[in-house]
Design a protein around this ligand. Structure first.
Ligand code: URA
Ligand code: CA
Length: 439
C-alpha cells in the first residue's frame, strides 16, 4: 500500500506535476521510517533532477527534512538570532572572524557548524585545534552561553535532519547531487533545524567552489532565498568569489591564527572585506543597524577596537579552550616541517587555483577523504602572495606546513600559481547580492 503510494508520487513528479505539501511530507516521513526503499527514493531524486521543483515544493522538502530529526529551539535566546552559512570554500576562515565580530556588536550568535569534507574545510575542525575546546554542548548549555556572552559555536548534532543525511548519501551514488532544488532544500533543512530567525548565505563561485560557474551559484542562491521567503524567514545571499583561497592560510590551526590576526585588524584584504560584508548583512537582518553602510562602519570600529578579538577570547574560555592561543599562536598545534615554495619567474600572479590547493592541503592530512578520516590539525599551506601581486623570480610564494618531508607537493603547489606579464583583471570579491525581492 505504502509502496504503491511512493510509486504514485514518483510517477507524478516524473511526469512533471507539482507535489502537494502533504505528499512531500508523506514521502520524507515514510523514507525516514524505512517504509520507502532506497531505490524508490533514488528514482524520485532522478525525477526531481529532470523535472525540478517550484519554490513551494522546495520549501516543503526542506521543512520535511528538518522535521525528520532534532530541531533547535532558540526562543530562549534574548534577541534575534541570525545564522550564517557558506557553501564551502578553501581557506574560508570567515565564521571564526565574523561570529565574534557580530557578537561584539551585541547581536547574539548561536551557531552550529560542520566539519570539513573533501577539499573544503569546516569550522568545527578548526576550533578543535585550540587545545581543550569543546564543540559538543547540550542545547541548554548552548543557549545559556549565548545569553551570557552573546556567542557559542557548536558542532551540528548527528541527529539534525537525518532524512537529508540518508538522501544525500543516496544522491551521491545516483548522479543526483547536482540538482538545484535538492541542494537548496538539503542546505536549508539544516538551517531550519538550527532554529535561527534569519539567514545570511555565502554562496561561493569559482574554481574552489561547489558551484564553480557563477550562473549556477546565482541559481542556487535564488532557490535558497526563495525557501526563506516561503517560510517567512528573512534570508539573503551573497555570491562571493572562491577562485583563489580566502585570506593567506588554508589548514585548521593555521586558520585559527589567521582569524586572530584578522580580528586584530591585521588580516588579508579579501578575508577582512568578506567578513565585513557578511557581518553587515547579519547586523541589518538582526535589526541592529538600519543600513548596510551603517553596519559596515560599526564592524570596522569593532576591528579597530579589537572588540571582536576580545569576544573570540571569551568564546574560547567559555568552551574550555585555552584562551592564551589568542596572544601566543605557538600554543596551537605546529607542523614539523616548513617548506618554502619559490617563484621560478618574475611576473604578476594571475590566479591561484583554490581547488588544487584545497586538494593539496587535504593530501597533507588537513582534510577528510571520507566522513570518518582522522585529520592533522597542524598542517596546511600559508600563502605569502595573492592574485594580482607582482613577484620576482625566486621570491617565496607559499610555505607548506607538513609533518613529513615534502617532495612532489612543492611542484604541485607551484603549479597552482598562474602568471601573466600584465596586471590581471580584478575579480570582485562579492559578485552580487540576492534578496527576497529577486526571487
Ligand atoms: N551541501 C549540502 O548540505 N547538501 C547538498 O545537497 C549539497 C551541498
Ligand atoms: Ca584563510
Amino acid at each position: 500500500m505504502i509502496r504503491l503510494q511512493a510509486y504514485d508520487l514518483i510517477l507524478k513528479k516524473r511526469n512533471g506535476y507539482e507535489l502537494s505539501t502533504a505528499e512531500i511530507e508523506h514521502l520524507i516521513t515514510s523514507y525516514t521510517l524505512g517504509l520507502i526503499t532506497d531505490y524508490q527514493m533514488a528514482a524520485f531524486c532522478m525525477a526531481v533532477y529532470f523535472q525540478g521543483m517550484n519554490a513551494r515544493e522546495t520549501a516543503d522538502l526542506a521543512v520535511a527534512m528538518a522535521n525528520s530529526g532534532t530541531k533547535y529551539d532558540l526562543s530562549g535566546v534574548g534577541g534575534t538570532v541570525i545564522d550564517k552559512h557558506s557553501t564551502g570554500g578553501v581557506g574560508d576562515t570567515t565564521t571564526l572572524v565574523v561570529a565574534p565580530l557580530v557578537a561584539s556588536c551585541g547581536v547574539p550568535v548561536a551557531k552550529m557548524s560542520g566539519r570539513g569534507l573533501g577539499h573544503t574545510g569546516g569550522t568545527i575542525d578548526k576550533l578543535e585545534s585550540i587545545p581543550g575546546f569543546r564543540c559538543n554542548l547540550e542545547q541548554e548549555e548552548f543557549i545559556k552561553q549565548v545569553n551570557a556572552i552573546n556567542i557559542s559555536i557548536i558542532s551540528q548534532s548527528e541527529t539534525v535532519a537525518p532524512a537529508d543525511k540518508r538522501l544525500y548519501a543516496l544522491r551521491d551514488v545516483t548522479a543526483t547531487v547536482d540538482s538545484i532544488p535538492l541542494i537548496a532544500s538539503s542546505i536549508m533543512s539544516k538551517k531550519i533545524a538550527a532554529g535561527a530567525d534569519g539567514i545570511v548565505l555565502d554562496v561561493k563561485t569559482g574554481r574552489g567552489a561547489f558551484m564553480q560557474r557563477r550562473d549556477q551559484a546565482v541559481e542556487l542562491a535564488k532557490a535558497m532565498v526563495a525557501i526563506g521567503k516561503e517560510l517567512k524567514k528573512p534570508t539573503i545571499a551573497l555570491i562571493t568569489d572562491m577562485e583563489q583561497p580566502l585570506g593567506y592560510t588554508i589548514g585548521n590551526a593555521l586558520e585559527i591564527r589567521e582569524a586572530v590576526q584578522t580580528l586584530a585588524g591585521e588580516g588579508a584584504w579579501d578575508l577582512t572585506e568578506l567578513c565585513l560584508q557578511i557581518g553587515a548583512e547579519m547586523l541589518v537582518l538582526a535589526g541592529r543597524s538600519q543600513t548596510h553602510e551603517e553596519a559596515y562602519q560599526v564592524l570596522q570600529e569593532k576591528l579597530k577596537s579589537k572588540a571582536g578579538l576580545l569576544k573570540l577570547r571569551e568564546l574560547i574560555r567559555s568552551q574550555v579552550g585555552n584562551p592564551d592561543v589568542v596572544d601566543d599562536p605557538s600554543l596551537l598545534p605546529q607542523a614539523h616541517y616548513l617548506t618554502e615554495v619559490r617563484s621560478e619567474r618574475s611576473g604578476y600572479i594571475k590566479s591561484i587555483d583554490a581547488l588544487m590547493i584545497g586538494r593539496l592541503v587535504m593530501q597533507l592530512g588537513a582534510g577528510r577523504r571520507t566522513k570518518d578520516s582522522a585529520i592533522d590539525l597542524s598542517v596546511g599551506i600559508e600563502l605569502k602572495q595573492k592574485a594580482g601581486a607582482y613577484v620576482q623570480q625566486n621570491q617565496v610564494l607559499a610555505v607548506i606546513h607538513s609533518n613529513r618531508p615534502i617532495s612532489a607537493e612543492s611542484g604541485a603547489l607551484l603549479g597552482c600559481f598562474q602568471f601573466s606579464q600584465s596586471p590581471p583583471r580584478f575579480r570582485p570579491l562579492v559578485w552580487e547580492k540576492i534578496t527576497p525581492e529577486d526571487v
